[in-house]
Design a protein around this ligand. Structure first.
Ligand code: HEC
Length: 268
């Protein structure tokens, strides 16, 4: 049987069965890779890449962003409040619980979305969700969650299940001029080379976000990485906070429940 194949329309929405199937698929495909290593994307499954990455990690290029992020995190808003006031446990060690389904809005909220909501509710302008200060703040929150397994919750609410299902559909549906889906590159070809790159397995694919990527020369959040990939399929780019992208991130993160957070990360 082909594990992790998209469910037929008539099947009931069952995220936990999907998650077990997707994880079993990758554990069988990479039997020597321990679950925690799936947090390291292409390095998890390729020895040569792993060596390159260890060299990068001797002087991690995200350190500057972490310094900037820590300073920003401590700085009060004009009203005297702080980022920490917006989050459970003052924002420490909670990254693995995002994205979350918010009952009040009936929608999925990403970590970066929560940071921007915090700013707006405190009278500040939202940040660019892709890079810069936002990536720096996201790096600080991710670092405080390193080693904590993804623990995404899909509440028993038809709207949450529908959001999950829409993210799953996005992942598997073929789009753009090339007619490829996220799954076309990050499921069965994972570990294979595409031009100069080794394709990361879908399992754990967001665990190291945000990342410093030499190709960008800067930091990028999950949504920057997702939209970079999405544009490579030549599908129409969506807005960074588009509901479809949020649902996709919800699906991918839920699939990774059990894989520990490793962000911030570094990529060539
Ligand atoms: C044509 C092939 C292709 C398609 C389609 C594709 N990707 Fe990628 N993706 C890549 C390549 C190449 C990389 C860089 C090497 C790597 O990390 O896999 C990458 C990297 C990523 C990463 C970063 C992994 C890491 O650990 O650094 C994420 C996240 C990602 N892709 C998500 C997606 C999503 C979500 C979609 C669908 C919208 C998608 N990709 C579609 C080829 C593709």
């Amino acid at each position: 049987m082909l594990a992790a194949a998209p469910a037929k329309a008539a099947d009931k929405i069952d995220p936990e069965t999907d998650r077990k199937a997707l994880q079993a698929y990758f554990f069988a495909k990479f039997p020597k890779t321990p679950v925690e290593d799936f947090a390291n994307g292409p390095y998890a499954v390729n020895a040569e890449m792993r060596k390159q990455w260890k060299e990068i990690m001797e002087f991690p290029p995200y350190e500057i962003a972490l310094d900037e992020g820590r300073a920003e995190w401590e700085k009060p808003f004009a009203n005297g409040k702080h980022y920490a006031d917006c989050f459970d446990n003052k924002g420490v060690g909670i990254r693995q619980t995002y994205p979350r389904f918010i009952a009040g809005t009936g929608q999925v909220e990403t970590l970066e979305g929560a940071i921007n909501r915090c700013r707006v509710e405190n009278g500040e302008k939202p940040l660019d969700p892709m890079t810069g200060t936002m990536a720096a703040l996201s790096a600080v929150m991710s670092e405080s969650s390193r080693g904590k397994p993804f623990a995404i919750v899909i509440p028993d609410d038809p709207r949450a299940l529908a959001a999950y299902e829409s993210g799953k559909e996005f992942f598997y549906s073929r789009k753009g001029q090339l007619g490829v889906s996220c799954a076309s590159c990050h499921m069965s070809p994972a570990g294979q080379r595409l031009r100069g790159d080794i394709l990361a397995p879908a399992l754990g694919i967001l665990a190291a976000m945000p990342i410093y990527r030499s190709d960008w020369g800067s930091m990028g959040t999950s949504i920057r990485r997702i939209s970079t990939c999405s544009s490579q399929t030549r599908a129409l780019p969506l807005k960074a906070d588009d509901e479809d992208y949020r649902n996709l991130e919800y699906f991918l993160s839920y699939m990774s429940n059990g894989v520990p957070i490793a962000g911030p990360g570094a990529r060539p």
